[in-house]
Design a protein around this ligand. Sequence first.
Ligand SMILES: C[S@@+](CC[C@H](N)C(=O)[O-])C[C@H]1O[C@@H](n2cnc3c(N)ncnc32)[C@H](O)[C@@H]1O
Length: 225
Amino acid sequence: MVVNRRHSMVLHASREGESPEKSGTPPVPSFAHRDPSRAEFWDERFASAFMPWDAAGVPQALREFVAGEGAARATLIPGCGAAYEAAWLDAQDWPVRAIDFSPGAVDAAKAQLGARASLVEQADFFAYTPPFTLDVIYERAFLCALPRDLWADYARRMAQLLPSGARLAGFFFLKETPKGPPFGIAPEALDALLSQDFVCEADRLVDDSVPVFAGAEHWMVWRRR
Ligand SMILES: C[S@@+](CC[C@H](N)C(=O)[O-])C[C@H]1O[C@@H](n2cnc3c(N)ncnc32)[C@H](O)[C@@H]1O
């Protein structure tokens, strides 16, 4: 799949039809679906290979986290997209499942995973039960893909899925954005969202972000109380 990562910003297509000269960015394709809470929204973007969030590989902070663990951790990747991390975690002998509710995303993941295609399932995060007890849920570009009215449900479901002591670890887009996706979140708002059930154990800005997240993407680890 050809990944269009030259688009520096926005999936919400607010500048559709505007010329590159006027907006300063390449034009966003014209999309029929505008509701990111629906799989069709994401299907259409995968079908157009319009995926400015796609890192095309395994981010460095995840590699460092895994290297520091010393033991395998059963991991769920919700909203996995192309699921590069699933193949890599499986290669490290970590039990892993990746889910996405978009058939187009699942097709992209299966193509990318090849012989490991069974690691990915088409499923809605809010209704999914993993096949094993989780140690880690890996977050990347999932919270910021959800409309803000789903954020409380996200926090609640994360807390339901992770037993006490398990961790929500990954990348958070800590920037207030007027529109989305990506729906960025202010640090205080993320704290308010998660701190009832989680304690933040790590927070650092990363330097290998794709342009859409650059300067505001933090590696964070939240431990379930
Ligand atoms: C911005 S993409 C990020 C994909 C991937 N995590 C990555 O880093 O490349 C967000 C993904 O979340 C998926 N998604 C959104 N809501 C979902 C839900 N309720 N359940 C499962 N997947 C969902 C979308 O289909 C899309 O593939």
